[in-house]
Design a protein around this ligand. Structure first.
Ligand code: FAD
Length: 458
């Protein structure tokens, strides 16, 4: 209630327009650009690729270093594999302003959990509908963002292929550069002596190279679950090592997938020993162990740091108190539905920059960050879980909605997320093609219709 009052009051204030740089034209950057422009700001989006979509712009090529640790490797942004289908139902995954419904066109993927190309098509539809692309400078990489006199930001950018660096000054910078490109690796005792091939799932595309191989995957994420099954069709054996394998042994329904505890050690003779006592002779170890936040271009004189994969200090995962609101981050939380969460964060940033929405004082924001860190620490969470939202993402969205004076997360979206998470857990093989949450699908479509997003005939 208090938040609504604050927003309602502030709506009467005149809006101030700023020059804002957005870094990245993925799902986060697209909604940031749209919300900033809606609020009256002048926006330039810098995008390294030649198209929008970020992660969803599938790239069949992989990096020169399959582990992704060589700093001089040619970086490939997208981590998608060819067979990837979304792990969220499309109704829940889409932006609030532009529902992710079947396009009804012959060449489009109509499935509820579609393949990656359909997500890129949807993002392109979104960009077209809201004329976002006209704000984007494609094939333009930001190489440095630093503070200059008068509380401004200097953005050094490079038009790819031209090798000319240009400095441009902005009032504010919104960072939307994604966090699924810089691999995190598992530590394996003895790995330096082990003669097999190692790679990160970032560089996995298709199963064929693993034909007749013995492959060990490390991790329990959606990628490890998908890739192990993808590879099992051609590999001799697939072994999945994870901290969270509840049931060890052969995976029901598969002749050649085994679940293990973590790897204990790797050896010169090619063997790999698991902590559960099993030993296999393996050809490949694939790390499906997630990614690191990485902002190679950002210079804040130590004000913002990445410490054990926690980006901070950040008020509500968005604003560094000392630099607010002139620097902000969109899309850092994980274990969430990213598109609508980025949309709420973007609305908040846009409204704060225009002066329509007020932030607490820097001291109060810092107190809030410290209290958050203390709470996490007390519950035994390592720093790298700081942006893991899971169950409280909807509370977070609703908090942002309160600041912005807009509606919070729809009940159907919450229920659908819960139903799909449960379904994924109990039937990982079939959850993308069988579901029971028909009531929530109907409510979602009703909602889309009422908002004028869906015609009666669709
Ligand atoms: P990105 O999509 O990574 O976009 C960042 C953009 O910034 C890129 O275009 C990049 O080129 C650009 N950029 C970076 N640095 C610079 C620079 N210095 N200068 C200029 N441009 C720069 N989400 C779902 O909702 N459903 C799913 O089913 C799902 N499955 C996933 C499966 C995998 C394997 C992965 C890796 C992620 C998945 N996600 C899924 C999460 C997905 O990352 C988000 O949906 C979303 O794409 C994140 O968007 P983003 O804009 O934050 O980052």
């Amino acid at each position: 209630m208090a938040a609504m009052t604050m927003s309602n009051l502030s709506i009467t204030k005149p809006k101030i327009s700023h020059n804002v740089a957005v870094i990245g034209a993925g799902a986060a950057g697209l909604t940031a650009a749209r919300e900033l422009r809606l609020e009256g700001h002048n926006v330039v989006v810098f995008e390294r690729l030649s198209k929008i979509g970020g992660t969803w712009a599938y790239n069949p090529n992989t990096e020169s270093d399959p582990l992704g640790i060589d700093p001089n490797r040619k970086i490939i942004l997208s981590s998608l594999y060819d067979s990837l289908r979304t792990n969220l139902p499309r109704e829940s995954m889409g932006y609030r302003a532009y529902p992710f419904v079947e396009a009804g066109l012959k060449d489009r993927d109509q499935r509820r959990y579609p393949g990656h190309k359909e997500v890129l098509d949807y993002l392109e539809d979104y960009a077209r509908e809201f004329r976002v692309s006209e704000m984007v400078r494609f094939e333009t990489e930001v190489v440095r963002v630093g503070m200059v006199e008068g509380r401004k930001w200097e953005v050094k950018w490079r038009a790819l292929g031209k090798r000319i660096d240009v400095d441009e000054v902005f009032d504010a910078v919104v960072i939307c550069n994604g966090h699924y490109t810089e691999p995190r690796l598992a530590y394996i005792p003895g790995i330096d002596e082990w003669p097999g091939k190692q790679m990160h799932s970032h560089n996995y595309r298709v199963p064929e190279p693993f034909r007749d191989q013995v492959v060990i995957l490390i991790g329990s994420s959606a990628s490890a679950a998908d890739i192990s099954r993808d590879i099992a069709g051609v590999a001799k054996e697939v072994h999945v090592a994870s901290r969270s394998s509840a049931a060890l042994g052969k995976l029901p329904g598969y002749e050649n997938i085994w679940l293990h505890s973590m790897i204990g050690s790797a050896h010169q003779d090619g063997s790999v020993a698991f902590q559960d006592g099993n030993i296999v002779q393996a050809d490949v170890i694939m790390h499906c162990t997630g990614y690191k936040y990485h902002f190679p271009f950002l210079e804040t004189n130590g004000i913002v740091n990445v410490d054990d994969n926690r980006v901070g200090p950040l008020y509500q995962h968005v604003f560094p108190p000392a630099l607010a609101p002139w620097l902000s981050f969109v899309g850092l939380p994980w274990k969430v539905i990213p598109f609508p969460l980025c949309e709420y964060q973007s609305k908040w940033i846009a409204g704060v920059l225009s002066g329509r929405i007020l932030l607490p004082s820097k001291e109060k924001m810092m107190e809030s960050v410290k209290a958050f860190y203390t709470k996490l620490g007390a519950s035994g969470m390592p720093k790298h879980y700081a942006h893991n939202m899971g169950t409280y993402q909807f509370e977070y969205n609703d908090w942002l909605a309160g600041r912005c004076g807009c509606a919070g997360t729809e009940e159907w979206r919450k229920q659908m997320y819960a139903a799909s998470s449960e379904s994924k857990r109990i039937k990982p093989e079939t959850y993308r093609d069988e579901w029971e949450d028909h009531e929530w699908i109907s409510q979602a479509h009703e909602d889309f219709k009422q908002c004028g997003h869906l015609s009666e005939s669709k």
